[in-house]
Design a binder for this molecule. Structure first.
Ligand code: GAL
Length: 669
């Protein structure tokens, strides 16, 4: 039986990617000592080591890796051992060119960078299996190995492949899904534009086409590639489970990553881990927070590890801005506050050669233990040692936002009434309000159990698969409040329209029908009137006919003036609100604020702007994080009559707490 994460790592994990093969052996001992001093307790080793481990087909060199694992272990540092499959060696594609992924234009990718493999290549999967089997057999009993780090950021550079083998695999996948070619024709609506197929081998990729593709075909290609990459992951996982059944496995996810349906992937992972690289000056901290909340939600609230972040600056933007003093530490605490049980970095030592030599690291080129970066790392690593009590602590959210990868794919396919709609922006639009009000939010998929929530927001839920509306109906019927925004309930899983009037599956629940869409030009706005107050709206207007719902805001201008823009409908014991436009931030603030008040959902504390407040609970103990993102200190009033313990200073705190700029207070009670 696989061990629980808290069993193998009873501390907040702290460390990073460690690439000792890029350094002479003389560095290794020094590395381990510096790690120890910095409080590092976990490193990921061998992520990009395939060509060093398997020098030629079937010839393995583990001597260096044995040494490294022994050194790390003797310094009390655990290892998330990578399966080393992320970047295939040159000999592999020379011997077997079919392992290379192929671009739309038929040209194969080449060696010299990384991730150039085709997930559909049987030869590649075979080579992966051989390597992982060797790795697992070699290290199955090594005491340093705490978990397996499978591959690295699947799909990061390459999530589509147009090789002949991929085409065959796509056809096989379609056959399994649709059984008969007639059924496929029906499900793809191929009578449109004379696209009918008589045989499976007539089907091609939705690529290199003169004009619009068939959306059902495109959607299936996205599903197929997601599943192909997932199969590749599972090939590795199965080998590992077989040889090392007790060791947990994971792969590292990315943020805002569209090609892979992470809700599905997470079911096959023992731990969700992900890599976070916000631009330090993007000025939208809620985006960063949302990524954490989404990752925590992928496995029903089970804590995640932040597997990669950077200490200072990356090297892959046009201009790579540096985190200011204290920001790295503060943001790491935000990670922990939002459900992170691991704070890790890319990478331990800043590289000397290669494409990432100017990427920040825990130990910079200067190798100076007095450097700002290393000092901040050391401070954080040693502080985190005091937070063992937090491991596996959970977040108790009363609000959920529906997030659905397939919906993301479908709603952004071409040929829509408005082709600049961004699903993520719509989700951010609603998430931002909760972030700024310090209200905890979980993410759910449309089939999740919603019974623990009081408020569920479903932004732009364009695709509703068969029966999914029942889950939402049940939630509202039993007293929940649901907010749905425009362009929801439009298409089924094939991206075919739900007939019966938009949004057909949600009409009963929302008490309305949308008779027409009226998208707005880039420079066009309208105004809505709610209780005599005016707010600007843009992007979209639904022409709504009420069927039981009540209008709570109407459009002021244009040919649809006075028609409903926002509605509310009592359904069973609850109510559903529909927003048939894209309102200003101020309006969304006000609307959600009213709903939160009515539902009695409030923040743990009231605090000045830019102060983030989050709670996690464990064994009857609550940990209250107060993070000051301002450039000035703040004083925050605490609940009267409660005695808190400051987890970092161990002092008792009552009434109020003073927090310096870019600093945090972690109070338990
Ligand atoms: C990640 C990747 C790392 C490193 C890092 C640089 O996407 O997993 O290997 O390249 O980016 O920011």
């Amino acid at each position: 039986m696989v061990k629980q994460i808290k069993e193998v790592m009873p501390h907040i994990a702290f460390g990073g990617d460690y690439n000792p093969e890029q350094w002479d052996e003389q560095f290794w001992l020094e590395d381990a000592k510096l790690m120890q001093e910095a409080g590092v307790n976990l490193v990921s080793v061998a992520i990009f080591s395939w060509s060093v481990i398997e020098r030629k087909e079937g010839q393995f060199d583990f001597v260096w890796l044995d040494k490294i694992l022994d050194i790390l272990h003797s310094h009390g540092i655990g290892v998330a051992l990578a399966t080393a499959t992320a970047s295939p060696p040159a000999w592999l594609s020379k011997e077997y060119p079919e392992v290379l992924a192929v671009q739309k234009n038929g040209v194969a990718y080449q060696v010299g960078s990384r991730q150039h493999y085709s997930p559909n290549s049987k030869r590649f999967r075979y080579a992966v299996k051989q390597l992982v089997t060797e790795m697992a057999n070699r290290y199955k009993d090594h005491p340093a190995v705490k978990m397996w780090h499978i591959n690295n950021e699947y799909g990061c550079h390459l999530s589509e492949c147009y090789s002949e083998e991929s085409l065959q695999a796509f056809r096989t996948w379609l056959k399994a899904r649709y059984q008969t070619i007639d059924n496929l024709n029906k499900k793809w609506g191929t009578n449109f534009w004379s696209q009918r197929y008589n045989a499976w081998d007539e089907i091609q990729f939705p690529a290199n086409l003169p004009t619009f593709y068939n959306p059902s075909q495109k959607l299936d290609y996205k599903r197929f590639m997601d599943e192909a990459i997932f199969e590749l992951y599972k090939t590795e996982k199965e080998v590992l489970r077989d040889i090392t059944p007790e060791i947990p496995v994971f792969t590292n996810f990315m943020y805002e990553f569209k090609p892979l349906n992470y809700f599905e992937w997470a079911k096959d992972m023992d731990l969700v881990t992900w890599d976070s690289y916000p631009d330090p000056r993007e000025g939208k901290p809620y985006r960063h927070a949302m990524h954490h909340d989404l990752m925590r939600s992928l496995k029903n609230g089970q804590p995640f590890y932040l597997m990669e972040q950077v200490t200072s600056h990356v090297n892959w933007r046009d201009i790579n801005l540096t985190k200011k003093p204290g920001e790295m530490r503060l943001w790491s605490y935000s990670t922990v506050a939002r459900g992170g049980d691991g704070v890790m970095y890319f990478q331990w030592r800043q590289g000397r050669a290669g494409a990432e030599k100017f990427h920040g690291a825990m130990v910079p080129h200067s190798n100076n233990p007095e450097s700002r970066t290393y000092q901040e790392i050391k401070q954080l690593g040693n502080e985190l040692k005091q937070l063992d009590g937090l491991v596996d602590a959970r977040t108790n959210a009363k609000v959920a936002i529906v997030f659905d990868w397939e919906n993301w794919w479908a709603v952004e396919l071409e040929g829509k009434p408005h082709n600049k709609l961004s699903y993520l922006d719509q989700v951010y639009q609603y998430y931002r309000v909760f972030y700024e009000k310090n209200i905890a939010v979980d993410f759910v998929d449309p089939t999740s159990d919603l019974s623990e929530y009081q408020l569920v927001v479903a932004p732009m839920l364009y695709m509703i698969r068969e029966g999914e509306e029942k889950n939402l109906e049940q939630f509202v019927d039993q007293g929940g409040t649901l907010v749905v925004s425009f362009f929801s309930g439009i298409a089924d899983q094939q991206d075919h329209i739900h007939l019966g009037g938009y949004p057909a599956p949600l009409r009963k629940l929302l008490g309305l029908t949308v008779e027409e869409f009226a998208p707005m030009a880039d420079d066009e706005t309208n105004t809505i009137v709610a209780n005599g107050e005016l707010s600007t709206v843009d992007t979209w207007a639904d022409i709504i006919k009420l069927e039981g719902a009540k209008s709570i805001a109407t459009f002021k201008e244009n040919w649809y003036q006075n028609s409903p823009a926002v509605t509310i409908h009592q359904y069973g014991k609850g109510s559903s609100i529909y927003i048939g436009t894209n309102p200003s931030e101020a309006y969304v603030d006000k609307l959600l604020e009213g709903i939160l008040q009515q539902l009695n959902i409030s923040a743990p504390l009231s605090v000045p702007n830019n102060v983030e407040v989050v709670e996690r609970t464990n064994n009857n103990q609550t940990y209250l994080f107060i993070l000051n993102h301002n450039t000035d200190p703040v004083t925050v009033s605490l609940d009267k009559g409660v005695t808190y313990t400051n987890c970092l200073s161990n002092q008792k705190v009552t009434d109020e707490v003073h927090i310096e700029h870019t600093d945090v207070a972690i109070l338990s009670y």
